[in-house]
Design a protein around this ligand. Structure first.
Ligand code: PGA
Length: 251
């Protein structure tokens, strides 16, 4: 049995005060950590504040990380810096980073290795665009992203990596993938892990669906055999809605 995950991706939202209000609002209201990994991935500038107040049942993650430990990279955040905040997770390869900040599969692979070296657990995002889905190349795109991301990653490192399948056409659009479409893609990703590693690795790796997850569709998505949780943008910004999503994940 894979432990479910509900991860919020706040993107570029919330001031420090708003973030702290959220933390107070969810405290003691989330499912116990033995049952669910509840994670909030917040802007880097408030990570330390959130880690200090996260409580027993919430984990904190970053949304991006540079692959180098230090150096002349104005504006970037290094794995060393993230580690010093006490965060446990880091989203890598989100489609918004690939699309707007030219993040490549090669960079994502370097970031995965660095994150693991600094005890940060990557939440690796993969997913196809609408055009790619419509031209029938979803599997090719996913295969390429997964193969490149996992280059030289060892099987024993997999239990510290989470994969999020996020079709770009479903992110922030309100256009959720149907539960069947989402499950099929997550199942395909699982089969890629089986081929790259082993049946055991495929059974154990946790795969999330992301893209317009809401309190309305979460039950159906969570009921799918290959979906172990959600990576949620918009619906994670409100404390009550995040709590509802977390409760749905442990039903
Ligand atoms: P959304 O974002 O839930 O607002 O669609 C998901 C994501 O980008 O991780």
């Amino acid at each position: 049995m894979r432990k479910p995950i509900m991860a919020g991706n706040w993107k570029m939202n919330k001031t420090r005060d708003e973030a702290l209000q959220f933390i107070y609002a969810v405290s003691n209201r989330l499912p116990k950590n033995e049952k669910l990994d509840s994670i909030i991935c917040a802007p880097a500038i408030i990570l330390r504040d959130l880690v200090k107040r996260q409580g027993d049942d919430l984990r904190i993650g970053a949304q991006n990380m540079h692959e180098k430990e230090s150096g002349a990279y104005t504006g970037e955040i290094s794995p060393v810096m993230l580690q010093s905040t006490g965060v446990e997770y880091v989203i890598l390869g989100h489609s918004e980073r690939r699309q707007y900040f030219n993040e490549t599969d090669e960079a994502v692979n370097l970031k995965i290795h660095k994150a693991l070296e600094f005890n940060l657990k990557p939440i690796l995002c993969v997913g196809e665009s609408l055009e790619q889905r419509e031209s029938g190349i979803t599997h090719t795109i996913l295969e390429n992203q997964i193969h490149k991301a996992f280059l030289n990653v060892k099987e024993e490192e997999l239990n510290n990596i989470i994969i999020a399948y996020e079709p770009i056409w479903a992110i922030g659009t309100g256009k959720v993938a149907s539960a069947e479409v989402a499950d099929e893609a997550c199942g395909y990703i699982r089969s890629l892990i089986r081929d790259l590693y082993s049946p055991k690795a495929a059974d154990q790796i946790r795969i999330l669906y992301g893209g317009s997850v809401s309190t309305k569709n979460v039950d159906e998505l969570m009921a799918q055999p290959n979906i172990d949780g959600g990576l949620v943008g918009g619906a994670s910004l409100n404390a009550d809605s995040f709590i509802e999503l977390c409760n749905a994940a442990v039903k």
